[in-house]
Structures are given as structure tokens and as C-alpha cells.
Write a new protein. Structure first.
Length: 559
């Protein structure tokens, strides 16, 4: 395939093709229809952590000032939108059929310097790579792909006996719509043969997800990557399965103890089994329509659902005296019951999306088992996750867990937390979130939890804690090397002294600076010297003794 000449096509066509190729590359991607309200987003890829955003531009020559302004404005709109909606942006890419010059890269670095997410140039070479990978997209929109696609449909229709004359005339190409009659005739023929069952079928490029439908007896999908044939079989009347029973024989032979344990949990509690769990089975099915047979391979098994809708509950942690330590709401899914009916399993999500909990319960023995999975809270608003984090932090021995209804008094008997159970999250994370909420009370800017994987996170947490304690009116002791200020020319004596400085205090939360106010910095024991400053001016320098500490007390608006 020759290299694509992007300059030959209109801007709208170029941006459309780029958007389609990005969506082909990222199966979950969504395109935003161009408008004044697109919020600076042309294509976004949703992930559990946030959005990967692409801003698509058709510019092919060296960027002009007006084009740069459009890119800059789109980025600013995205930043405003993400802050207003509480949306985390994982990354931002400028998708443009133009390789950057060094000047372009310097300009982009300057424009994106204040962005709270990484920004990249997705240029000509990257787009040419996508064009080479998705030649059908380029062929269809930029070349003669439409005509050859219609010719292929004619060949298919003729080969399968579904050929019909094009509805617009003998000399016209056959369209997809023109095959409808043949497909309808085939569907009617198949369904005229079986007195018990009714058959629907489809051919798709992706393996479909099974869905429940009234009267559905089973669905069967066969095929390989790029082409899957699905038969969905329905009972023609209520007693069909009595007149023509369908038998399944499933033989499961887990290859290791871990898989065996998962299968036992499925049988007892209805815990779903996924093919990724490594459960392999031989399945023999006596299916109607000649669809039966024996197959072997990884299997996914969905358990039986109990007739109870999803609902919200409260999780409460209390200390041995019954005093509440933490409380949060959990949205529980529809529960499952095991084949052996030995217990019930369920999955729930904390209302602030802080964690997922999986539970197993035995109604007879009143034994419970919980598995908590913490979600990444980096970039989240602190007030959204505080209750969930507090609960995970307090799930330790000898505390107890109580589960009760969403509203009303909690009188249920608490469940003891086993001895040796350690906190699921460290104390510093709860303290960090509480400190951020304190800071949030003093700024109109929405604060976010910093990247917890950052190499500087420990220092950042300490700085935030100092600022929060100052705002709470506490006296904070910190160790410093020295303090300095300009000498006003007054009488000066070198030697030990008590020192009081007034400074404007601020703290950075991620890339966001937060002004705290005027802070009195008191050094009870210091040694004063008069030294030449970096610009030749004289400075008074105070250094503490090795054992001295700097005591800082916030004094808002006073000096």
C-alpha cells in the first residue's frame, strides 16, 4: 500500500477517517460529534481509571497561529470540563497528520505545561501506521472500496443462492438491502422444519455476549476471530422442552488445587466461573437442529440468580464496646445461590467507587467470608472516597463488622473480625484524604488525591499534613536547615538568639498550589549571622542548633 496523501482530502474526511481508525484501534473508544460543545474531545477511550482523550485535527502543513489557537482552546476546554465534572484524564493526544518540528514540540510543551495529565503529539508516522493496519477504512473512504465491497456482496449472494436483482435496476450494483429477501426466505425455511423450536441466527465480526430473552432456550456461538455465527433457539410453546428434552453433560476436571477450589465455591455459593479461571470441561449436548455434539475447552459458568433485585446496604465497623469507627454504603448486585445451595455469594461496590467487595455466606452456620478490592483513588475527589477508606482502615482485630439496611437504626449482630487481620490500607492514606478535605475548605479549586505511585508521594503527604494542621490551629514542629531575610541596616549582633519570622505559606497538591496564609515561624534557639546574599545584598541568616526544631503557627492575616 502506497503512503497516504493526506493533503488530497478535505479536512472533514481526514478527521472522520482518523477518528474511525482510533476507534478500530481501541475497541471501547467513542467519537464525539463535532460541535461547539464537544468540550475539547473528539475521541475518548474510557478506562476504569479515567479517559484517554484524542483531539483530532486535519492540519497537514506547518502550524499557523490560528491553528495553534484552536488546539490551545480545545485543551483548555477539556481541562475546564474535567474539573467541573470530576473526570480524571489519563492522557491527551493531538492526533494530526503532521510530524512535529522541534519548534512544534517546544510549543506543545509550553501550551501543556499546566495540564494535570500527560500530553503527546500523535503525528503523521503514527497515523500512517494506523492507515497501514486498517486499510479497509482508508480504502472505503478514500479509494474505490465502496464499489469493490458491493461487488463482494454480489459474489456472496450468488454463491449462497441469495442473489436477487438489484432493486434500482439491472445495471446497478447489489446493495446490502437487496439481500434481505433471500435472508428472510432462508430464515423462514429453517423455522418451517422444527415443530418445537424457533431459530434466529446472526453472523458477526465479534463474539456476542449472551443475553437473556423471553422464551430463549439456549444460544450457541461458533467461529474464529473476525467471523462468528450465533444460533439463538426459542421454544415455540411452553411445553416444548417436555416434548423434546435437551440434555447437557458437563465433565469438569480441574487441573490444580486452585481451580478445584474455585469450582467448589461455584457449586457451594454460586461464585461465577470465568474461562480465565482455567476451568476446562468436556460438554456433550443433545441439541435440536443438528447443533449438538461434544466440545472441550475453557468454560464460563454463570450461577443461578436469587429472585432479589440489587439493593444498597450499610457496612459499619465498631470497636469492642460498640462505638462506631467507620460507616459507608454498598450497592450490592443480585445475589447468586450455589448448585448445592450451601450458601449465597454476592458482589457490591462502595458508593464512592472506593472498593469492590465479594461476599460468601452460609445461612446455616452463619459464617461469612469477605474479599475487598481497593480501587486506585489517585485523581479522585477526597470527599468521595473518605468513608470507604476509613472502613477499610478499621477492618482490623478486635473490631467488628455490622451489615444493615440502607436506612434506619443498625441493630444487626456484628460479625467478629478474625484475630491477626491487618488493615487493608495504611493509616497515611486516610490521613492524607482527611488533610485534603481540610485544605478543600479553604480553596474554591477542586482538589484531587495525588498520584500514590509517585516517588515523591511521602514528602508531598508530609507537606499537605503540615498545611492541614496549621489550618486546624495546631502548632507544628518541623526540622529546617536555616531561615534568612534581608537586613534592614539596623544594629546587628552575631550570636545565639530566639527568632520569629513571618512568611507566606503555601502547599502544592499535585500541580495545584494552595495558599495557606501568613505563618509565624518561631525558632526558640538559633545562631544569627550576617552574610552576603546571592545578589550581593546583606541577609540575616538564622540556623538552628542540631537539637532545635522550627515551630510554625498559622496566624491568618496578622503580623
Amino acid at each position: 500500500m502506497s503512503r497516504l496523501e493526506w493533503t488530497r482530502y478535505s479536512g472533514d474526511d481526514v478527521e472522520a477517517v482518523i477518528g474511525i481508525m482510533l476507534c478500530r484501534e481501541h475497541k471501547e473508544a467513542q467519537r464525539v460529534r463535532p460541535s461547539k460543545g464537544d468540550r475539547g474531545v473528539d475521541v475518548f477511550v474510557p478506562t476504569p481509571e479515567g479517559w484517554d482523550v484524542y483531539q483530532v485535527k486535519s492540519f497537514t502543513g506547518n502550524l499557523k497561529s490560528g491553528q495553534k489557537s484552536k488546539i490551545r482552546d480545545s485543551l483548555r476546554e477539556l481541562e475546564s470540563y474535567s474539573q467541573a465534572e470530576g473526570l480524571k484524564i489519563n492522557s491527551w493526544c493531538l492526533a494530526i497528520p503532521l510530524n512535529p518540528t522541534l519548534e512544534n514540540l517546544e510549543w506543545l510543551k509550553e501550551v501543556t505545561a499546566q495540564a494535570s495529565f500527560p500530553c503527546h503529539w500523535f503525528g503523521l508516522d503514527s497515523l500512517d501506521g494506523l492507515a497501514a493496519k486498517y486499510t479497509d477504512v482508508v480504502d472505503y473512504y478514500f479509494r474505490d472500496g465502496k464499489e469493490r465491497l458491493e461487488a463482494k456482496i454480489r459474489e456472496m449472494a450468488s454463491a449462497t443462492g441469495l442473489f436477487v436483482k438489484a432493486s434500482t435496476g439491472a445495471d446497478c450494483y447489489l446493495t446490502v438491502a437487496d439481500t434481505k429477501k433471500g435472508l428472510v426466505d432462508l430464515h423462514n425455511l429453517v423455522n418451517s422444519l422444527d415443530p418445537h423450536f424457533y431459530y434466529d441466527f446472526s453472523v458477526e465480526s465479534e463474539s456476542p455476549t449472551p443475553i437473556e430473552s423471553p422464551g430463549l432456550v439456549f444460544s450457541l456461538t461458533e467461529g474464529e476471530s473476525g467471523c462468528f455465527v450465533t444460533f439463538r433457539v426459542f421454544a415455540k410453546y411452553l411445553e416444548a422442552l417436555k416434548d423434546r428434552p435437551i440434555d447437557f453433560h458437563v465433565r469438569v476436571d480441574p487441573s490444580d488445587s486452585e481451580v478445584r477450589e474455585k469450582f467448589e465455591e461455584f457449586l457451594d455459593f454460586g461464585t461465577p466461573l470465568d474461562a480465565s479461571d482455567g476451568v476446562v470441561a468436556n460438554v456433550t449436548a443433545n441439541l435440536p437442529g443438528g447443533l449438538g455434539g461434544t466440545q472441550s475447552g475453557p468454560v464460563s459458568i454463570e450461577p443461578i440468580s436469587k429472585d432479589k433485585p440489587s439493593h444498597s446496604v450499610r457496612f459499619q465497623v465498631v470497636d469492642p464496646s460498640g462505638e462506631e469507627l467507620a460507616l459507608c454504603r454498598i450497592r450490592m448486585n443480585q445475589p447468586y445461590v450455589g448448585v448445592r445451595q450451601a450458601g449465597v455469594s454476592n458482589v457490591g461496590n462502595e458508593e464512592g467507587r472506593c472498593f469492590t467487595v465479594r461476599s460468601k455466606a452460609n445461612p446455616e452456620t452463619l459464617q461469612w467470608n469477605f474479599n475487598f478490592q481497593l480501587h486506585d483513588v489517585s485523581g479522585r475527589a477526597p470527599e468521595k472516597v473518605l468513608h470507604g477508606l476509613r472502613l477499610l482502615n478499621q477492618l482490623v482485630y478486635p473490631n467488628q463488622l455490622r451489615i444493615g439496611p440502607e436506612y434506619g437504626p443498625l441493630r444487626e449482630k456484628p460479625i467478629p473480625i478474625p484475630e491477626g487481620t491487618a488493615a487493608l490500607i495504611p493509616d497515611f492514606l486516610v490521613r492524607l484524604v482527611e488533610d485534603l478535605i481540610t485544605l478543600q475548605e479553604h480553596t474554591v479549586v477542586q482538589l484531587r488525591i495525588p498520584d500514590l505511585d509517585s516517588k515523591d508521594i511521602d514528602q508531598e503527604c508530609d507537606d499537605i499534613n503540615i498545611a492541614a494542621e496549621l489550618l486546624r490551629g495546631s502548632k507544628v514542629n518541623v526540622i529546617i536547615n536555616e531561615l534568612s531575610c534581608a537586613w534592614d541596616g539596623s544594629k546587628f549582633e552575631e550570636g545565639p538568639a530566639a527568632v520569629l519570622f513571618w512568611v507566606e505559606w503555601s502547599v502544592a497538591v499535585g500541580a495545584q498550589p494552595i495558599e495557606i496564609g501568613t505563618v509565624a515561624v518561631h525558632l526558640a534557639e538559633a545562631y544569627l549571622t550576617l552574610e552576603s546574599g546571592p545578589e550581593g545584598n546583606w541577609q540575616v541568616v538564622a540556623r538552628p542548633n542540631d537539637s532545635a526544631k522550627l515551630r510554625a503557627t498559622l496566624e491568618l492575616g496578622k503580623q
